[in-house]
Design a protein. Structure first.
Lengths: 113, 114
């Protein structure tokens, strides 16, 4: 399994602003997932984008995938204080990587009221 | 439907003691795994299982044992606890399907080894 690298490591914004986080990976993938972790809690799945998709939306979340650049971005629009959390990307090549995704250090997002 | 349940939530051990972190899932998932999360290190895979009776090592397996006698349960055993094993442990499960390999995490077990 391969690990994604999130950037920036930390992001601090005001409520109502948009937050953009990036993820880079090294080898070809079958899909890429984004997860959120609130302080002291387990990770929660946010969205999955497949290698043949370029953009996907879910509520205030927008994920893009550029397989030529081996990168993905997560955009949270109109951020709320409740969006304060760590965000992780998890690229997957499928096959034997199922069930054992690898996670980087994540992006710590702080949304100030 | 409880999802992934971990026990205990908090545990303090003395160096050299052994213990078992319990994990159970009620989603009939084939895949289960254990991660540890240390500050600034992200999540690291300890062991994983692709089905009952089948386990394999992840990135950091030393000092830990696992077994998978049923689909539902995947306990993690610390054989002789060391301060370096102080961490937060997460159990997770997933199933192969059209939604891909979305992983469902438990709420974590905070372990301190003194």
């Amino acid at each position: 399994s391969q690990q994604g690298e999130e950037d920036p490591q930390a992001l601090s914004i005001q409520e109502g602003e948009n937050a953009t986080m990036n993820c880079s990976y090294k080898t070809s993938i079958n899909n890429l997932q984004w997860y959120r972790q609130n302080s002291g809690r387990g990770l929660v799945h946010l969205i999955l984008i497949r290698s043949n998709e370029r953009e996907k939306h879910s509520g205030r979340l927008r994920v893009t995938l550029d397989t030529s650049k081996k990168s993905s971005s997560l955009l949270i629009t109109a951020s709320r204080a409740a969006d304060t959390a760590s965000y992780f990307c998890a690229p997957s090549s499928g096959g034997t990587s199922y069930g054992k995704l690898t996670f980087g250090q994540g992006t710590i997002l702080t949304v100030h009221p | 439907n409880a999802g992934v349940t971990q026990t205990p939530k908090f545990q303090v051990l003395k160096t050299g003691q052994s213990m078992t972190l319990q994990c159970a899932q009620d989603m009939n998932h084939e895949y289960m795994s254990w991660y540890r999360q240390d500050p600034g290190m992200g999540l690291r895979l300890i062991h994983y299982s692709v089905g009952a009776g089948i386990t394999d090592q992840g990135e950091v397996p030393n000092g830990y044992n696992v077994s998978r006698s049923t689909t539902e349960d995947f306990p993690l055993r610390l054989l002789s606890a060391a301060p370096s094993q102080t961490s937060v442990y997460f159990c997770a499960s997933s199933a192969f399907g059209i939604s891909g390999n979305t992983i469902y995490f438990g709420e974590g077990s905070w372990l301190t080894v003194v």
